[in-house]
Design a protein around this ligand. Sequence first.
Ligand SMILES: Nc1ncnc2c1ncn2[C@@H]1O[C@H](COP(=O)(O)OP(=O)(O)OP(=O)(O)O)[C@@H](O)[C@H]1O
Ligand SMILES: [Mg+2]
Length: 541
Amino acid sequence: MVKVSCTRLTMSQIRTKTHLGELDGTPKKRLFLSIISDYDLVTGLCELIDNAIDNRAVLGSSSPLKVVLELDSDRQVITISDNAGGVGEGDLENLVAPGATNNDPLDELIGVFGVGSKRAVVALASHSVIKTHKKGDKSYEITIDDDWLEREDWRIPYDAIPTIPAATTSILMSQLRTKITDDDITALKETLGEIYQRFTQDDKVRICVNGEQLEAVSFENWAYPPQYPPRVATATISIPNTGVVQVSIKCGLINDRDPVGDNYGVSFFCNDRLIAKHIKTREVGYSVSAEAGVPHPDASLCRAIVSLSGPARLMPWNSNKSQINFGDPMFLRIRDTIISLVSHYTKLSRRLKRDWPGQVFQYTQGEPVIVPNVDLSDGKSLALPPLPRVHKKKLELITEKNASKLERSPWLLGIVESLSAVQLLRRQRLRTRNRLALILLDSTLEIALKEFIVHNTHLFSKKDYSDAKLLTLFKNRSDVIIHVTRKITIPKKHLDFANYYYGLRCKLVHERATVDVTDNEIDAYEKSVEQILKLLFKLKF
Ligand SMILES: Nc1ncnc2c1ncn2[C@@H]1O[C@H](COP(=O)(O)OP(=O)(O)OP(=O)(O)O)[C@@H](O)[C@H]1O
Ligand SMILES: [Mg+2]
């Protein structure tokens, strides 16, 4: 046994605390370095647009707010100016001191942390000049640059300048930390159109980028199938001594599916500002074990838009408003309702998959069902309608359609069932299901080509295609294709697909590198294999 010896403290050692002085808790400028990597062009510029929107709201002005951005990819300079009201001399510190703000955290605003504008200008540029003019005050200029960042002194000079238009603020950022390209500018226009859609849609706010006024890019493109229009669950959450948050969770099937953009999932607006879009993670219901299952093209018609309005302090956003904090108590209060709705419409999307155009896309007009005051802790209060019954499984359908053919040519059963096995496999919650599906699909095609040769003796005589000859022939897929296409025409498109995926499968089997296979790739290959089987055996799918 190990003996543990411990030294006893004397009573005087325990009681005595000797005051030695005070430590300087003033932050060091180095802390700015840590945030440079947290910002990109969009998050940085949004902080500045948010401030203009907030300032206009605080002043309660009714005339439209105009925010003008000029991005010059040749000179690598950005200017952003607004007519939100400007900043007076007494408030200039809010533009430079981290944590300083006039915003009340209990107001329905975007800015709450008091850090956005300072972090954004430093993160985007090595040299920024802010000019501002509040009506009734002078015009002022402040420069924030790397010299200031390198000095330990936090004081920063400000100057009176010749008058600029009243009620305006402009920020000129040069020596950008990350080079901007014309592609960045194009992408920025689209993204800002989405982020500020709720502000720009009714012209309350106009945002111009390089002379172009941005259109609101709305996510509200719903389909209204007769029994399954979108539903809007609303609720009010009161937090004692802080305020009330209005919650609206709208979920339904969409009419603007974009398979490349993957524009389904859950989007979050906090005080009308888009914080995160098309989220498809476990926190909102997409996971191997959750009801909505893993994100998959079959599920891609389900969209949810979550809107929260209330005290900025209660919003579940991160500090630069680019993500939802899924551990935030406000998010946790609404999570189960989001997941119930997402699971419901995801299942609906899957069940109608056989005929999206007929069952979903044709219904472009309608009204959502409003479900007021839902009990956020209980999915039942959403009063969701029963889902349509699942259609016959694909296996049963294909076997039915080809019943007489299968009776005459029983060797085709294996091929038909392999295709159904691919379907079954794709619905399993296996992370490598696409790899398995690829192997199975490609083997099915290979077996089908062999059956075609073996069972069409009028085209491939037993003499010319002996067992030994077949063994040699099937060592090389392109030789097999050459022999088969001498007797039957298969469109080049399908042959190209078959070649490509055969190559992919060979990589999986023979090469060191692991190959990723996407849902879209399996979709495409499945269709081509079906087409080839139709041609070879007149099978119906
Ligand atoms: N363009 C502007 N027009 C008028 N006032 C502004 C402008 N930009 C910043 N301000 C003032 O500076 C303050 C500080 O802005 P900052 O972005 O740093 O913090 P915030 O908006 O309060 O909080 P957050 O860190 O969450 O953005 C604002 O509250 C506002 O009073
Ligand atoms: Mg701000």
